[in-house]
Design a protein around this ligand. Sequence first.
Ligand code: GLU
Length: 449
Amino acid sequence: MSIKVRFAPSPTGRLHVGNVRTALVNWLFARNARLSGQGGQFVLRIDDTDLERSTPEFEQGIEDDLRWLGLEWDERYNQSKRFDLYEAAAERLRASGRLYACYETAEELDRRRKVQLSRGLPPIYDRAALSLTDAQRAALEADGRRPHWRFRLEGRRVAWEDLARGHCEVDTASMSDPVLIREDGLFLYTLPSVVDDIDMGITHVIRGEDHVTNTGAQIEIFEALGAAVPGFAHMPLLVGADGEALSKRLGSLSIAQLREEGMEPIAIVSHLGRIGTSDPLEVAPSIEALGESFAFSKMGRSPARYDTADLERLNAQALHALSYQDARARLQALGCDLGETFWNTVRPNLTRFADVAALARIVTGPVTPVIEDAGFAGAALAVLPETIDEGAWARWTEAVKAATGAKGKGLFMPLRLAITGMAHGPDMAALAPLIGRDRIARRLKGEVA
Ligand code: GLU
């Protein structure tokens, strides 16, 4: 089998961690298939049938976010350019009696639902429109009513083997016939999605478990259109650290926002690719490696916990593992490419890439020294080696210890504060040669240097 999947976001907002996780899992599944010689195409399908709510800016935002995360696509479509196909499919469903015209207004439907509920009945559409005569329909249309179109469900148990949830069944007898086309002619997502999945040869539909009920109806539509039914995987939804559903907070968890906050793409994809799975929550060496180890069998049935603290930890891990080669262009962009030794010395101290600018200032200055005991600083200066090479720090601190009697924190902290102006920071032995003797000496004298 040649595996092909799709991510179908609506350009009605920015991507957030919830829909990016869906995109990512599709991408990882495709990449895993590719690595094992089973095809592995990833389609980006912009679900912009709702012309009013979709915007080109959001569409651009989706592309930018996916590219930034490393989720490149093999094919790309806009549903808004494919209405002819949806119309043709609707026509076939009308011809076979599966798509029927309804004329009820929202108020009428609402009233009926209330009556049903008050009688203890499930609020399912009663299919009254199916028994309209041609004359009644003509009268309604003459009255200015425009039809909306419902798909007539078979009312049976629709079953599938879900890659993430195992055996699934949906009883379509307990559902209202879904509206596929609104009275203003708008195609709701249900039919275009199936038509495109068929037309594009999608082999697996991977999405959140909030779509499980849709799947029951959509499987009936695949069959009504005479197509093979693809495989399905419905992933548990994301919850926050507190176990509460994230759905309401997703707006503030946009990829754009995370990027702004200094999160690395590899940290985000490692986090989203591994939460809710049996893999350890560690940063992956690359998105390729994540794809290589991806398997639905590792995904649990319980919700995946999205915890900002975990993301922060993975972000630091990603920076600590970032090679100079990969960091270089970004260091240059920040004006702080001070070479490989500098990078290797400071990267263990980073939680955000941008923090490197403050650490570069320790080397290039200006630093305002923090000196509490000028006598101690003077004594240290007196024994400062002439050349600050690799072993200089160890020799110097031994000499300062001998000269002043200070040891441990009492020895190292005043030196660090004087030389860097900070109480915490990278390894001084490695930093000292980069800072150089001149700056160290001036800082020990209390000069801003
Ligand atoms: N645009 C739909 C959504 O974001 C796509 C669902 C699907 O993947 O079928 O919910």
